[in-house]
Design a protein around this ligand. Structure first.
Ligand SMILES: Cc1cc2nc3c(=O)[nH]c(=O)nc-3n(C[C@H](O)[C@H](O)[C@H](O)COP(=O)(O)O)c2cc1C
Length: 177
C-alpha cells in the first residue's frame, strides 16, 4: 500500500528520543495475519546489545497484547502517517479483549518479510523484531523512587528485547549514503 523499500538497519533515519512519543507507534504481535493484536506504545529504546541491533519495548502484563507477546517469538513495530492518528489513538485506548482493533481502526495486516507476527499494511516504516531477551520491571531495583509512580496498580511492565531482523520504510526513513 505504502511505497516502502527494504532498508538496512544502518541506514535507518530516525530520532530515538522522539520517534515513538508522544503519539506512539503500533506494536503488533501474533502468529500470522489472521491472529494478531495491535497496541499503541511510546516507551522503548533503540541500540546495540550483544552486538545486535535491538529494540526494547515495554508491555504491562495487564494488556491483551501480553497474551501474544509473552508467547510469541517475535513482534513488529509500525509507524503510521499523521493522517492515521485516529487509528493510533484507538489502538491505545481500546483493548483487543473487547474489540477487533483491525476492523475498528480500518488497519490491515500484511505478512512480514521474516517474522511470523504481521506488519501493518498502511505503515510507512516497520521493524521486524525477534525476541532475544525478556525480563520484568522489578520494583526492588528502582534507584529512583519516582518510577513507582507509574505502578500504582502493581501492573509492572515486561521488557521485550527484539533483534531487528528486517526493516522497510518510505524514503524519509532511509539515510542517503
Ligand atoms: C500514546 C500511547 C502510548 C502507550 N504506550 C504504552 C506502552 O509503551 N506500554 C504499554 O504497556 N501500554 C502503552 N499504552 C497503553 C496501551 O496502548 C492501551 O492500554 C491499549 O488499549 C492496550 O491494548 P491491548 O489490551 O489490546 O493490548 C499507550 C497508549 C497510548 C495512547
Amino acid at each position: 500500500m505504502q511505497n516502502r523499500k527494504p532498508l538496512d538497519i544502518k541506514q535507518l533515519n530516525l530520532q530515538p528520543f522522539t520517534t515513538m512519543g508522544p503519539q506512539g507507534v503500533l506494536l503488533v504481535s501474533g502468529s500470522d495475519t489472521q491472529n494478531a493484536n495491535p497496541m499503541t506504545i511510546s516507551w522503548g529504546t533503540f541500540g546495540i546489545m550483544w552486538n545486535k541491533p535491538v529494540v526494547m519495548v515495554m508491555v504491562r502484563h495487564t494488556r491483551y497484547t501480553w497474551e501474544y507477546i509473552s508467547k510469541m517469538p517475535d513482534f513488529t513495530l509500525n509507524w503510521l502517517d499523521k493522517s492515521m492518528s485516529k487509528a493510533l489513538a484507538l489502538c491505545g485506548r481500546v483493548s483487543g479483549r473487547d474489540m477487533d482493533k483491525f476492523t475498528a481502526s480500518g488497519l490491515h495486516t500484511e505478512s512480514a518479510a521474516v517474522v511470523g507476527s504481521p506488519i501493518i499494511a498502511e505503515s510507512i516504516l516497520n521493524l521486524e523484531c525477534r525476541i532475544i531477551y525478556h525480563d520484568m520491571v522489578k520494583p526492588d531495583q528502582f534507584k529512583d523512587i519516582s518510577l513507582s509512580n507509574h505502578y500504582a496498580a502493581n501492573d509492572y511492565h515486561g521488557l521485550f528485547y527484539g533483534e531487528v531482523v528486517a526493516a522497510a520504510g518510505i524514503e524519509k526513513f532511509i539515510l542517503s549514503q
